[in-house]
Design a binder for this molecule. Structure first.
Ligand code: GTP
Ligand code: MG
Length: 285
């Protein structure tokens, strides 16, 4: 069998997490139209009769690190490459190549492991800046055009990935772990789903001022999964926006999270969500 660790690298919003979810056929990593959705490396195991792949989804590489949160999450992508067998470098042809892209390319160039360039979002024809990315094709071992969202050419990409992986042993014993084998505990998974909904509904900078902490997950006698969580945010003005007028925003976030968590667990879910101001959350998040 073949086996190896595959790092998904690229600037924010190129579709790394969308691709991972599509490959696994299950949501393991949250996605949103806003950059910096993924904040830490997420590992998930893919298996078929060809072998086993440990995918590492990474936070998007960005050029500027203006705040403590960005400074902390930026090195994660680079770190993921240290143990990887293969890098899948994603680009978004609908956006111009910029300093951020150059930084991502710089990180990819530094590694000597095989590289696959993945041109994502080919379901979008216009706008396209694909010519700006052409030169990259000479620097990589293979190029595959895909749509992670529409599921186009994913099989071709998987074939290409397997073709570069070495023969080896199973890296993760999936029998002893829940499917899909993930490096997240259930509280972290729940907090990620809630954070995703906050990213979707809140505007401008608000998503970057918050984190989610899950305090309790209990299955009640009536079969309902009770989840108690807090959104921590850095200032009172953000708290007011997260709560919303008459509590409409927080209600919307918890309702959307509940729906998705019910689908994921196949149980009735009750989410009790509150908001707290805590300017120091970044230090211990
Ligand atoms: N049209 C189109 N949209 C896509 C495709 N892949 C991803 N997207 C969208 O692009 C946005 C960003 O996707 P993510 O998967 O969150 O991107 P990411 O690279 O993980 O972003 P970060 O975690 O912030 O680094 C989401 O709104 C996705 O729905 C695609 O193939 N086609
Ligand atoms: Mg992501």
């Amino acid at each position: 069998m073949k086996s190896g660790i595959v790092a998904l690298i690229g600037r924010p919003n190129v579709g790394k997490s969308t691709l991972l979810n599509h490959v696994l056929g299950q949501k393991v990593s949250i996605t949103s139209p806003k950059p910096q959705t993924t904040r830490f490396n997420i590992q998930a195991v893919y298996e078929d009769d060809r072998g086993q792949i440990v995918f590492v989804d990474t936070p998007g590489i960005f050029a500027k690190t203006p705040d403590a949160l960005s400074r902390r999450i930026n090195p994660q992508a680079e770190h993921s490459l240290s143990g990887a067998n293969l890098v899948v470098y994603l680009i978004d042809h609908t956006r111009e190549r910029d300093t951020e892209e150059n930084k991502a390319l710089g990180i990819v160039r530094k590694t000597t492991i095989p590289k696959i360039l993945v041109i994502n979002k080919i379901d979008i024809k216009k706008p396209t800046h694909i010519v700006q990315y052409k030169f990259m094709e000479d620097e990589v071992d293979a190029v595959v055009q895909i749509s992670a969202l529409a599921g186009k050419n994913i099989n071709r990409l998987m074939d290409t990935i397997f073709s570069f992986l070495p023969e080896g042993e199973q890296l993760v014993d999936t029998k002893t772990r829940t499917q899909p084998a993930l490096n997240l505990d259930s509280k972290t998974f729940i907090s990620e789903i809630i954070r995703e909904k906050a990213f979707l509904f809140l505007r401008r900078e608000v998503p970057y001022t918050l984190t989610v902490v899950v305090d309790e997950v209990t299955e009640r006698n009536n079969g309902v999964l009770y989840m108690k969580a807090r959104i921590l945010t850095s200032a009172d003005r953000y708290k007011a926006m997260i709560v919303g007028k008459g509590g409409v925003m927080i209600k919307e976030i918890s309702m959307a999270a509940r729906k998705e968590l019910e689908t994921a667990t196949n149980k009735k879910v009750y989410v009790e969500l509150t908001v707290e101001t805590d300017p120091h959350w970044i230090e211990y998040a």
